[in-house]
Design a protein around this ligand. Sequence first.
Ligand code: FAD
Ligand code: SF4
Length: 338
Amino acid sequence: MAVIRDVMPAFDLLQPSSIVDAQKLLEQHGADAWVMAGGLDSFDWLKDRIKKPKVVVDLSGIEELKGIHATSEGIEIGAMTTLTEIVNHPFIKQHYSLLAQSAELVASPQIRNQGTIGGNVSQDARCWYYRAGWPCYRAGGNICYADTPEGRNREHAILHADRCVAVNPSDTAPALIALDAKFVMRTAKGERVWDAEDYFIGPEIDITRLHILQPGDLLTSVRIPSSWANAQFYFEKVRDRNVWDFALLNVASAMVVSHGSIDRIRIAVNGAAARPLRLKTVEDAVRGKPLNAVTAEMAGKLAVQGAVPLQFNAYKVPLMRNLVKRAIGGVVEATWTS
Ligand SMILES: Cc1cc2nc3c(=O)[nH]c(=O)nc-3n(C[C@H](O)[C@H](O)[C@H](O)COP(=O)(O)OP(=O)(O)OC[C@H]3O[C@@H](n4cnc5c(N)ncnc54)[C@H](O)[C@@H]3O)c2cc1C
Ligand code: SF4
């Protein structure tokens, strides 16, 4: 199906200047409203005439949603804070370099200048059938075009697929999961705070969304507790080209090592499933074990248990095994600085 490149369908542009006003507008317009952050994902949908909201609620005038603040428990990042601000923030660079590194590997400088942390974790799937407007499961239809013998599925899922085999494209999501971040939302029922890993959902819960936000909901901030500040971090993103490109797979880990053994650990992978996966089985298996090549090898093998590759993405199984291995064994040597 050809993508239609015509003018965008008309919509009412609403530009609230406070969270309260934004929430009122979103509640009033429900499923007719589209939340606009940096617009990088949003404008693709609108310009391709695939999503046709009646109302667009632009968050760019809401100062309360911007900025990075120290709190008694850690830091709070407003949902409209740009990725560039996160990359350059001295406190984040010093204490949560995992997040800064993941944000720095997103796309290009121009995209990071405009793209927000709220938009990065809430962006939609990049499966090209879906993005081109094909009427697949995720678009409300009855078929997956990627999961057929002829389907182009090199970038798709190897774990937890259920009808749809698309993956979550965010680079910051696994880093936030590894840092035990909390996502703060305003909903019709008041403020809700979710663990980062529970913000993301797979097709078994809702095949049309990658996250838990419902029409009317607003993501307001991301809180990062101090529990993992200054831990040993590892982030690696593998992509086809070493310029702006989405991850084929990425991995994020946070570890506290004492006397040569893994005391505490979080590890998450994205690009393998419809949601970023926190690898709890791996965490449990390596906790208390010596930080060495044997432990790293065991972690890599455990991580890919149950993987079911598609026609063109079998390479993701050894890739994920090696990324997890390096996320544990490589932490000691990791020397990323910015
Ligand atoms: C060419 C290109 C390359 C890219 N490469 C990468 C990459 O390598 N890695 C990567 O991680 N990302 C990549 N991205 C994604 C990009 O980095 C942005 O993070 C992402 O598109 C969305 O951010 P945004 O602020 O522009 O949000 P928008 O596009 O405005 O919003 C994205 C979605 O989130 C919803 N949303 C946004 N903010 C809120 C909120 N506060 N409350 C409720 N809903 C909200 C919107 O309704 C929309 O559905 C790329 C994008 C492009 C266009
Ligand atoms: S992988 Fe998902 S988004 Fe892509 S065609 Fe299949 S159902 Fe649609």
